[in-house]
Write a protein that binds this ligand. Structure first.
Ligand code: AMP
Ligand code: ZN
Ligand code: ZN
Length: 429
C-alpha cells in the first residue's frame, strides 16, 4: 500500500512540475526562435494586463507605484474596450489590433458554424486551438521578424496561431502567485542577448476577481486588492530598472466593471427554447442561433414579446457594435439586458439569494459607451513622453503602437491606427 502511495506521489509531483514549467515554442528547444542581430538592437516591451481594472481606480485610491509610473509616463483618460466588454474578445483585440468581429473570438463563449462547436474559455483544447484565433498576435508578428517573445499568460498565447506561439509561454493557471510571474519576467530579461525576449506579456486577474465578488463600489475590498497589486507592480518596475535595459512598459485592462444587485439578475432559462434556437449567454449579451434559418422572424417576434428589462434585436440592428456585425458566429438575433441587468443561470440566482439577497456584485460586458466598462492605458519607458495625458482611446489602437515600439511592420488588415496613439510617443530624432 505504502509503495502505491509513494508511486502515486511521484507521479503527481512529476505532473505538477511538468505543467508548471515553461513551455518552449513547438516543445522543441532546438527550434526555439533566437533574436536576429537586428532584433537584438531593438528596445524591449512588457505588456501588462490587469483584468477588470476600471478606469477610475487609480484616481480614487492613489496606489503609490502606479501613481508615480503614470506621473513619469503617459496615460489615457480611459481605455475603451471593444463590444462585448468581456475578457477573451478584448485581450485578443489588444493582442491583434482587430475588433472581435475580425479576429473571431466573439465572446468568452460563442458558437462556431465552421466547426459546429461552442467555444468556451474553460475548454483547454479550444483555448489552445489556434484555428479559432484570427489576426496576427503581436508575439507572432515579432516571431516572424526573428524576435524572441515570452508570455506569463495572455489570451491567445497558449494557442498555435499561424503555427506560432511565444518563444517561452505558460499554460494558464490562475493559482500561480503574482510574485512568481514577476520573478519569471525579470529572469527572462537576464537571459543572454540572443535568447532574451524583446516582448513579454504578463496577466493579473486580481481586480476582476475582487470586482466580481464585491462590486467596484466596495471601497475597502477594491483598495486592498489594488494596493497588493500595486506592490507587485512596484517590484516589477524596480527589477526592470535594475536591468539597465531600454524597457518600455504598457499597462492595460480589458474592461471595467459595474455594480448590480442580486434582484437584477435575469434567469437565462426565461428566454431559452432549445427546439427553436441555441442560446449562448455572455451575461450582458445573449447570442441566439436559430436552428432553422427560415424561422428568424418568428423567433424574433417570439422573443420580442418577452421583453422585460431586456431588448431583442436582429444582429445587424444591435446597438453597441462599433460596426455592422457580419460575422455569422454572432448568431442571427441578440438579446441585450438593460444597463444594470445581467443574464445568468437560475441556479446561480438561487445560490446568490440563499447566501444574501441584498448582496451587490460586479459585472461587465455592456455597450462600451457606458463608462463603467472602460479600462486603463498607462505607459512608461524610453519610448514614451513624460507626464502626458491623452483622451479616452479605443483598445484596437494599442497593437500598431506596440509594432512601432518594437520596429515591426504593421499588418494592413488590422482595425487600429498608429496615428490615434502617436501622441504618447517621444518624437524620434
Ligand atoms: P471575465 O469574467 O470575462 O473577466 O473572465 C475572467 C476570467 O478569465 C479570469 O478569472 C480567468 O480565470 C480567465 N482567464 C484569463 N486568461 C485565461 C486564459 N489564458 N485561459 C483560460 N482562462 C483565462
Ligand atoms: Zn476580464
Ligand atoms: Zn470579469
Amino acid at each position: 500500500m505504502r509503495k502505491i502511495i509513494y508511486v502515486l506521489f511521484l507521479f503527481i509531483s512529476a505532473a505538477i512540475i511538468s505543467s508548471c514549467k515553461t513551455r518552449a515554442n513547438l516543445n522543441d528547444t532546438s527550434s526555439l526562435t533566437v533574436n536576429s542581430k537586428a532584433s537584438e538592437a531593438k528596445p524591449y516591451l512588457i505588456l501588462v494586463s490587469l483584468d477588470g481594472f476600471r478606469w477610475d481606480y487609480v484616481e480614487r485610491f492613489k496606489p503609490p507605484h502606479l501613481t508615480s509610473f503614470i506621473k513619469n509616463g503617459v496615460k489615457a483618460e480611459s481605455l475603451i474596450p471593444s463590444f462585448p466588454s468581456k475578457t477573451f474578445p478584448n485581450h485578443y483585440t489588444i493582442a491583434t489590433g482587430m475588433y472581435p468581429e475580425h479576429h473571431g473570438i466573439l465572446g468568452n463563449s460563442f458558437y462556431s458554424y465552421e466547426k459546429n462547436v461552442i467555444y468556451k474559455i474553460g475548454n483547454r483544447d479550444m483555448v489552445e486551438d489556434g484555428s479559432f484565433y484570427g489576426g496576427t498576435p503581436i508575439w507572432v508578428q515579432a516571431d516572424k521578424a526573428d524576435m524572441v517573445t515570452a508570455s506569463y499568460f495572455f489570451v491567445g498565447s497558449e494557442a498555435d496561431v499561424q503555427g506560432i506561439r511565444p518563444t517561452y509561454y505558460k499554460r494558464y493557471d490562475g493559482s500561480v502567485k503574482n510574485e512568481v510571474r514577476v520573478a519569471q519576467a525579470l529572469q527572462w530579461l537576464k537571459l543572454p542577448a540572443k535568447e532574451r525576449p524583446h516582448l513579454i506579456t504578463l496577466y493579473f486577474s486580481d481586480m476582476d476577481d475582487i470586482g466580481h465578488r464585491f462590486s467596484p463600489n466596495n471601497n475597502e475590498k477594491i483598495k486592498k486588492a489594488l494596493f497588493d497589486l500595486d506592490e507587485t507592480l512596484g517590484n516589477l518596475f524596480k527589477g526592470v530598472k535594475e536591468t539597465g535595459l531600454p524597457v518600455n512598459i504598457i499597462i492595460v485592462s480589458d474592461h471595467g466593471m459595474t455594480a448590480i444587485p442580486v434582484k437584477n439578475y435575469i434567469p437565462i432559462e426565461s428566454i431559452k427554447n432549445d427546439d427553436l434556437f441555441l442560446t449562448i449567454s455572455n451575461g450582458a449579451i445573449v447570442n441566439i442561433y436559430p436552428k432553422d434559418k427560415t424561422k428568424i422572424d418568428s423567433i424574433y417576434n417570439y422573443l420580442k414579446k418577452k421583453e422585460t428589462n431586456f431588448k431583442v434585436y436582429k444582429t445587424e440592428n444591435t446597438p453597441g457594435f462599433e460596426y455592422v456585425p457580419k460575422n455569422k458566429n454572432w448568431g442571427a438575433i441578440q438579446v441585450l439586458p438593460d444597463l444594470g441587468y445581467y443574464f445568468t443561470k437560475q441556479t446561480s440566482i438561487e445560490t446568490m439569494n440563499s447566501k444574501n439577497p441584498n448582496a451587490v456584485f460586479g459585472v461587465h460586458g455592456y455597450d462600451t459607451s457606458f463608462k463603467d466598462m472602460h479600462g486603463i492605458f498607462y505607459a512608461n519607458g524610453p519610448a514614451f513622453k513624460n507626464g502626458y495625458v491623452m483622451p479616452s482611446v479605443k483598445n484596437i489602437h494599442i497593437y500598431p503602437l506596440m509594432c512601432d515600439i518594437l520596429g515591426l511592420p504593421i499588418p494592413g488588415d488590422i482595425d487600429g491606427k498608429l496615428i490615434e496613439m502617436q501622441g504618447v510617443l517621444k518624437s524620434k530624432e
